[in-house]
Design a protein around this ligand. Structure first.
Ligand code: NAP
Length: 263
């Protein structure tokens, strides 16, 4: 994935917009998290990249450093609340605070109709995709309060707004992320912490690469733009919601879906 270009935006070089800001991206070693981490770094933020996959996280850190940015990797399973607390404390120590969090780590889970879904399969998806976002937020809010405010961007999905067959745990978790985002936005509106969620349509990332070509073509066709999205297209929205340019935006859910939800 190429880094985003650094155009001039409202008279300010995009490469300066997030200078001196400290960002945390979960699942930053691949796909949408990788693109988001690189976009934030390109805009000047120091980026803490957390992932269960340290090969991916270390690769992304190396690419950001090569590009002149600032980044460090942290091993983290977002379904482990204690571990998140330790990583957030380490980030505050390493970088001096926290201003931006992209709660992006997520898994697809087993495909099965609800009546055939196992409690273990359900729990696994909920523990990463919903519990993980809550656990991250509860530690991020403390750190952002100590840093004088911040912006949290939660990675939901179009499936945070509508249903999809054979994915009940994923759909329930992503609807939960949208609701959690709204509740926290109301609570912290006067505390200088904004909270928004993003709803990607189907995006070409390793998460989807397990599907055969003909299935991917079928999935592309259910988007009015008749293609999959790219991680960079999602990262552009994440960057906007993380930056001061979205200073009056909180509690919102923003699709980036090639028109999927318009149908
Ligand atoms: P991806 O390419 O698979 O990247 C996700 C990253 O998160 C991987 O590095 C993965 O590691 C890591 N991860 C998985 N479980 C984790 C955990 N418990 N703790 C920390 N890191 C963990 O997926 P993606 O497509 O970029 O998806 C990112 C987010 O976007 C997810 O929340 C997903 O639900 C959402 N989303 C994706 C799409 C899409 O079409 N791709 C659409 C809508 C929403 P491993 O590779 O080792 O599992």
């Amino acid at each position: 994935m190429e880094h985003l270009a650094s155009p001039i935006f409202r008279g300010v070089l995009m490469s300066e917009v997030l200078i001196r800001k400290i960002a945390f991206v979960t699942g930053g070693g691949s796909g949408i998290g990788e693109a988001s981490a690189k976009a934030l770094a390109d805009a000047g933020a120091s980026v803490a990249i957390a992932d269960v996959d340290m090969v991916g996280a270390d690769r992304v850190v190396a690419e950001i450093l090569e590009n002149g940015g600032i980044a460090k990797s942290y091993k983290l399973d977002v379904s482990d609340d204690l571990a998140i607390g330790a990583v957030i404390a380490a980030i505050e120590k390493d970088f001096g605070g926290l201003h931006i969090a992209v709660n992006n780590a997520g898994i697809g889970g087993d495909l099965a109709p609800t009546g055939e879904q196992t409690p273990a399969g359900w729990r696994k998806v909920i523990s990463v995709n919903l519990d993980g976002v809550f656990y991250c937020m509860r530690h991020e809010i403390g750190a952002m309060t100590r840093s004088g405010g911040g912006s949290i961007v939660n990675m939901a999905s179009i499936l945070g707004e509508v249903g999809f067959a054979n994915s009940s745990a994923y759909v329930a978790a992503k609807h939960g992320v949208v609701g959690l985002t709204k509740a926290a936005a109301i609570e912290y509106g006067t505390a200088g912490i904004r909270v928004n969620s993003v709803g990607p349509g189907f995006i070409s990332t390793p998460l989807l690469k397990i599907l055969p070509e003909e299935a991917l073509a079928g999935i592309a066709a259910i988007h009015p733009m008749n293609r999959l999205g790219t991680s960079a297209e999602v990262a552009a929205l994440v960057l906007f919601l993380a930056s001061p340019d979205s200073s009056f935006i909180t509690g919102g859910y923003y699709p980036v879906d090639g028109g999927y939800l318009a149908k």
